[in-house]
Ligand binder design. Structure first.
Ligand SMILES: NC(=O)c1ccc[n+]([C@@H]2O[C@H](COP(=O)([O-])OP(=O)(O)OC[C@H]3O[C@@H](n4cnc5c(N)ncnc54)[C@H](OP(=O)(O)O)[C@@H]3O)[C@@H](O)[C@H]2O)c1
Length: 237
């Protein structure tokens, strides 16, 4: 089957990394189901934009059904939708806790389960990619974020477990672990200070992460990998 006929679901695709990842796959001739709560409809026949809250159980199933109905197959799921709420541990509110867990972890579960089921039914393998953060493994005193680290650390653990459970069926699971990336998540006036926290002396660009996701897509012998795209954060400070 030629690559141009493949199909990817990208969550959190209205802006930032998700939008860039969706465009990266489209540029390669893939067909894309892009989703978020506020995403705009698309006229591009290769791009199906669907609104939904990824934390809701029915959203993931609806996305997979839409991929099958519109494009007839599903090859890759990119679990990118996520929130980052930092701050002192004792200042976190129950609402912040629920938002982080619902978006970052419930969203992963509800999207990934039907996607893997569809990949198994197809019987030609598949790929699931999480967007994590290096702060899950490498705590940094400049960015207190126990709850965000807990949820993204959960995604890293799930990535490895999924990789092992499904390796025999050629369904791969990988994660990209960014440092700070220039997206609407970070106000421009914070960029200079954020840049100084990275050994490479800059924050990353969306293209840095898109390249990593496409590398993982192109690498059939790579599974269970947490690929750091973090300007050196994971190496040390
Ligand atoms: N930028 C960074 O420095 C950085 C670093 C490490 C990791 N990450 C991770 O990378 C991912 C993307 O980050 P980003 O910087 O592109 O963030 P962003 O600009 O804030 O975009 C987040 C995306 O997720 C969607 N989203 C949020 N909550 C959602 C929900 N409940 N249901 C469906 N969609 C939802 C948003 O769309 P709607 O508002 O339309 O729903 C938006 O498209 C996140 O998982 C983030 O944790 C980012």
């Amino acid at each position: 089957m030629p690559e141009e006929s493949k199909v990817v679901i990208v969550t959190g695709a209205s802006q930032g990394l998700g939008e860039g990842i969706a465009r990266g796959f489209l540029a390669r001739g893939w067909r894309v189901v892009a989703t978020s709560r506020r995403i705009e409809p698309s006229d591009d026949p290769n791009l199906l934009a669907l609104r939904g809250d990824i934390a809701e159980p029915e959203t993931g199933r609806r996305l997979v059904e839409a991929a099958m109905d519109r494009f007839g197959r599903l090859d890759t799921l990119v679990n990118n939708a996520g929130v980052f709420i930092g701050g002192a541990f004792t200042d976190h509110t129950p609402d912040q806790y629920r938002t982080l867990v619902a978006t970052n972890l419930d969203g992963f579960f509800h999207a990934t389960q039907p996607a893997v089921e569809a990949m198994e039914r197809q019987g030609r393998g598949g790929h699931v990619v999480q967007i994590s953060t290096t702060l899950a493994e490498q705590a940094n005193s400049a960015f207190p974020c126990v709850l965000a680290a807990m949820t993204k650390g959960g995604l890293n653990a799930a990535t490895r477990s999924l990789a092992i459970e499904y390796a025999g069926r050629n369904i791969r699971a990988n994660a990209v672990s960014p440092g700070v990336i220039d997206t609407p998540m970070h106000a421009p006036e914070t960029h200079a200070a954020l840049a100084r926290t990275h050994p490479l002396g800059r924050i990353g660009q969306v293209a840095d992460v898109v390249r990593a996701v496409l590398y993982l897509e192109d690498s059939p012998f790579v599974t269970g990998e947490i690929l750091h795209v973090d300007g050196g954060w994971s190496a040390g400070g």
